[in-house]
Design a protein around this ligand. Sequence first.
Ligand SMILES: [Ca+2]
Ligand SMILES: [Ca+2]
Ligand SMILES: [Ca+2]
Length: 499
Amino acid sequence: MRMNLRKYLGMVAPIVALPIGFCPNTAGAACSPGGNTLRLDADSFGTPGVYCESPNAHFLDLVTCAHRVDGANYAVGGSIVNDAWIRMLGNAPDPNYKLPLPSPYTYHLINLGFNDMRLYGDDSNVGKEVANRLKSMIAYMRLATIKDDDNSIAYSPGTPGTWNTTGPLNDMYGKFNHYTGVPGATATTSFSGDRITVGTFGLCSSAGTIRIKVDNTVKFEQNMGNQCTHHNNYTPYAVELRNLGSGNHTLTISKSDSTSGFIYVDYIGVPSVNPPVIIYNGITKMEAERYDDSVYAPYTNGSDAAVANCNQAISQMIVNSFDLDVVFVDQSNYNPNTEALICRTAVPVDFVHPNDAGHLKLQTNISNKWPNIAPRATLSASSQYSANYAPTKAADMFIGFQDSGEWASSGQQNPWIQLNWSSNQQVHKVVLYDRKNLTDAANGGTLSFSDGSTVPVTGIPNNGTRKIVTFPAKNVSWMKFQVSGGSGQNVGLSEVEVF
Ligand SMILES: [Ca+2]
Ligand SMILES: [Ca+2]
Ligand SMILES: [Ca+2]
């Protein structure tokens, strides 16, 4: 029996009975539209005022408001992975959903399939399909640039009929896919830098084997029938290759098997040096008695084990594919059998969906894994202008507001600020935001760490936009930023983020 993917992924639960005012800053500027979080969740049941939902209190708004970032840039209103992907690529009717590259957002929150998998189980290996689609979506969100119909990609042999193109499909990027069923056919291009991403497809029929080489070394080779899932013939599948070394490289994609099966090249992208932070959650359990709810017969395969298996497939796929900037949030500690359904009577027949307790648990779980650890530090500084400009203001997640949420020194051009944690933390990235006014400018300085290492910082924008500093991951209990070359009256920072 075929299932519509939407069945599994489309219906994130009604946001029921969330207490109004849960967001700590509902009236404040930090929860207004236009911030730095892209939210991908499903609003199938999210009509404000319906199903006990507080007006405009969508779940991820609560997450983002709790962290004082904005969640207004939502990108999907139906099935999460499928619709989000189509909209991100700009294939949805409303072009406002298209995600520009590189992504302008610091945080991407993906509220993944919060329901039906619990009922239907891993029917037709849907966990793998979710993982593949999610992997493609995340790979795309991490790109800085992308090539599609580009003269710099050489397709060989050039004989007509060797490489052909398809027209627009919902699941593909840009105007064309190139595909071939000719053994030995190649697509070649050059790129610069440590990483490259190839967008291709898993195929359910007539699949060939794709080989991806960088500088003549095979980095990926697979028959794409292995990545076929039941939803349709084309499953987006992205391959992000890393640790390729700096400098120029040659990328060669070829059909390496001898059959007439096809390989596809959808796009070739270069990942960002500083990709956004992407946070996604696992799928939750449902009430045990709903696993055999006759309303949903014959889809009665769900179980706690099926949910766990699906989450494992998803998390393993992502962990094996990306780096520390992609964060998985486990939701297995939510038990709908024991946690209250506060708004049960107002939820219609489809009350297999989770409830306020599940959403609040999910928010807590996300918060506990929120990758910016600066707000969990104890802050000190060389000086503060006044209590309103205390060093804690540099880790309050209010960013970019003049004379609000800013740490300012008392008459210093080269102050310092230090963050101490109660235990060692793994850190690999620091983001600095200057005070918004154009008089006070930190400009640069030195990050020093408890392990004795230092990292120089230059070029902090005076207007308060972010300066990203990355370095190999290290385990440290404190970090200090000593400004040097600062100018102005009371140099400080609007924010320090530590990942
Ligand atoms: Ca394409
Ligand atoms: Ca701040
Ligand atoms: Ca400034």
